[in-house]
Each structure stands twice: as C-alpha cells, then as structure tokens.
Design a protein around this ligand. Sequence first.
Ligand code: FAD
Ligand code: UDP
Length: 374
Amino acid sequence: MADKHYDYLIVGSGLFGATFAYKAHKAGKRCLVIDKRAHLGGNIYCEEVEGINVHKYGAHIFHTSNKTVWQFVNSIVDFNRYTNSPVANYQGRLYNLPFNMNTFCQMWGVTTPDEAQRIINEQRAEALAHMEGEPQNLEQQALSLVGRDIYERLIKGYTEKQWGRRCTDLPAFIIKRLPVRMVFDNNYFNDDYQGIPIGGYNKLINGLLQGIETRTGADFFKERSYWEAQAHQIVFTGQLDEFFDYRFGALEYRTVNFEQQTLDTANYQGNAVVNYTDANVPYTRIIEHKHFELFGDRVYSMPKTVISREYSTEWKLGMEPYYPINDARNNAIAEQYRTLAQQCKDVIFGGRLAEYKYYDMAPIVEKALGTPLS
Ligand code: FAD
Ligand code: UDP
C-alpha cells in the first residue's frame, strides 16, 4: 500500500467531488480528481457562449438557509443577488410563481388576501367533497391545496410533462413543497440565502480544485484496476449501479433534453425562467441564461441571448441520468447496492449518483464538508 501515490482518488469533479477534494487538500492529503467528461464541474458546469454563461446541464440556482454552507461557498467565490422568480405561461397568459397574491390577482382579479382566500377555500371545499380521507395522489393533493383553477392552469400540464405520468398516478408528496403565499412575493425559495456565483459556476469549481491534480476524459470503469491502484481510498461520485456492474439491474432516471439556441436579440423573455404549463406545448420551460447574471438594463450590454428549451423524457442507458425515480422498485434495487457499498471499506460513496438520491447543491456541499477524512 505504501507505494500508492495518492491518499484519495476522487471519481467525479462535480460539486461533491470538488468540495471533498478541497477539504482533503487543505488537510494535507494528496488528491487526484478524475472525470469522464471533457470538463470539470459535473452538472453545474457552464459553457460560455457570446459572453454568456450557459448552464449546460440545466439551470442551477444556489439556495440555502445553512449559514455555514453559504459562508463556505462565498469564501470561494462571491455570489450575486439573483432571486429566482419564475413566470408561468399558460396559453399565452402569464402568471407569477410560486402561487402568491400576484398569481391570485392574475387568475381571479382579486386584490386582497381575504378575497383570494375565499376563492381558494371554495375550490378546496369542492375538491374535498369528492375525496375520502387523505389525498391519495398528486392531483388530489394539488386540488386540496390550491383548488381547481390553479391546478388546471399551472400544475396539471407541467407536472405530467415533467414526470411523463398522469397526476393521478404520481405521489402526493411531490407537490407538497410548492409554497402558497398570501402576500405579494415572487421569490420561489423560502431560504435565507440564494444567488449565482459572480462570473459563473466554473469559478466555484475552479476555486475548489485550485492546486489539486485533475484529469478529464478519464472514465474510472475503462481502467478500473489502474485507477484503484493509484490511491489508498476512493471517493466515488458516479453511478451506484455501474460500480457494481449492474448486478441487481439498472436504476432508472428521468432525463432532460436541452435545445439550445443563440438569438439575435438582447432580451428574449425578460426573465431567466418561464414555465410552459399547458400540456400542448412540448417543452416544460425556457431558460434565458443571461438573466442569471445581468440585471436591469445590463441585459442590453450584450446584443445576443442564449435560450434553452427543456424537454423532459424517459431515460435510457447511455443518456444523462438526472432525476432518480425513487419509486418502490428502484428504491429496493438501490438498497441492495447500498448494502454492498457499506462493505467497501476503502470507498466513500457520495453525491447524487452514488447515493441515488436527489440533492440540491447546498446539501451536497454540507455532506461533502461533513464527510470524515481517514
Ligand atoms: P454531478 O454534478 O453529477 O457530478 C458527478 C460527476 O461524476 C460528473 O462530472 C460525472 O461526469 C462524473 N462521473 C460519473 N461517472 C464517472 C466515471 N465512471 N468516471 C469518471 N467520472 C465519472 N440544485 C440546486 O441547488 N439548485 C438548482 O437550481 C438545481 N437545478 C438542477 C437542475 C437539474 C436539471 C438537475 C439534474 C439538478 C439540479 N440541481 C440543482 C442539483 C445539482 O445538480 C446537484 O446537487 C449537484 O450537481 C450534485 O453534484 P454531484 O457532485 O453529486 O453530481
Ligand atoms: N410544478 C408545477 N408547475 C410549475 C412548477 C412546478 O406544477 O410551474 C410542480 C411540478 O409537479 C414539480 C413540482 O411542482 O415537479 C416541484 O417543482 P420544483 O420547481 O420545486 O422542482 P424541480 O422542477 O426543481 O424538481
């Protein structure tokens, strides 16, 4: 073992791998970070197009109420004041999200919380009259939370496109985290802190990996025994099932196809995120990337813009795995792999792919910082 060159081989340069590497490097450990992609950063990687940072693997907004995590990421790069306030487009009419007094005013023309509450209560009562006991699926949950009008215009089509399943076949918990606010507040998140790294996410990744050896275009599984011989311990952030040769079967995901376009206009939709909630529009949303970093008139400092239409689709082997499908079948398979993982004493399994769990970025940072060093 003494001839091993590194203390840690870190497989995957996403936020988990990069944060772990930062911590280990600071503690004097010798680290090598490899990634099979041609670039570092995992899913938060941005590509510069026409001077705009394009979120190549989907829009990423950092948000947290964990002050330690917020101070940590800000010690690597300063964050801007971006506040996520998506707009929903339903059949050409626009509604603010999350559901708040602005939405209710646009939906029903009401101007006070009392008037809005009265309509919501009426529609809730109507829904509850047709239900026995607790909501059994997403449709029932949504109807009992916000009533028929909001469900039909802003939830049903979007959710069915996103998940590729009917709302009556989806679990109720998915919709529980959508806030309903009786104040005029379009801030999508309830967290104390949010923003985008000034200069883009690559600055965060490059800051974390500064002074650490990295190799891109290096797939752990293509030369497994070679890589395993390099370090005393492996931090594995790739796919859990692949690590064990899919012996219990492949875990499933939802994936997203991004259709990216550069347009000869400075300001295409006036907002970073516009959701298309009508089932007849094939994409779920359009992201206009410049609005993550340029505010007010600064949007016009660049003559062009880059947009991405997002199409949510079923995942097949070889596609990018995005959202784990945590249904009973997949959870049972994942559990079998986790039992094997616990027996691998020289391997730390971390991050969304190796844990087969959806994590936002802040919890990923928290977990990586909290992973003990040997
Ligand atoms: P990843 O970023 O996926 O990194 C894993 C890395 O491992 C990849 O670079 C991969 O190439 C590499 N790898 C895999 N297998 C191998 C191998 N065999 N050999 C070498 N390298 C390998 N979070 C938020 O907080 N806010 C958001 O707005 C937000 N938006 C999101 C939007 C989408 C569409 C998705 C899918 C996620 C979003 N997230 C968001 C979650 C966020 O992306 C994750 O929390 C974060 O990327 C997880 O980091 P990770 O290091 O675990 O995984
Ligand atoms: N949702 C919706 N309409 C919208 C936005 C979200 O019905 O315009 C629903 C949808 O079911 C989604 C859930 O709310 O799965 C959670 O949305 P959120 O944006 O929090 O999650 P994400 O898309 O990031 O998984």
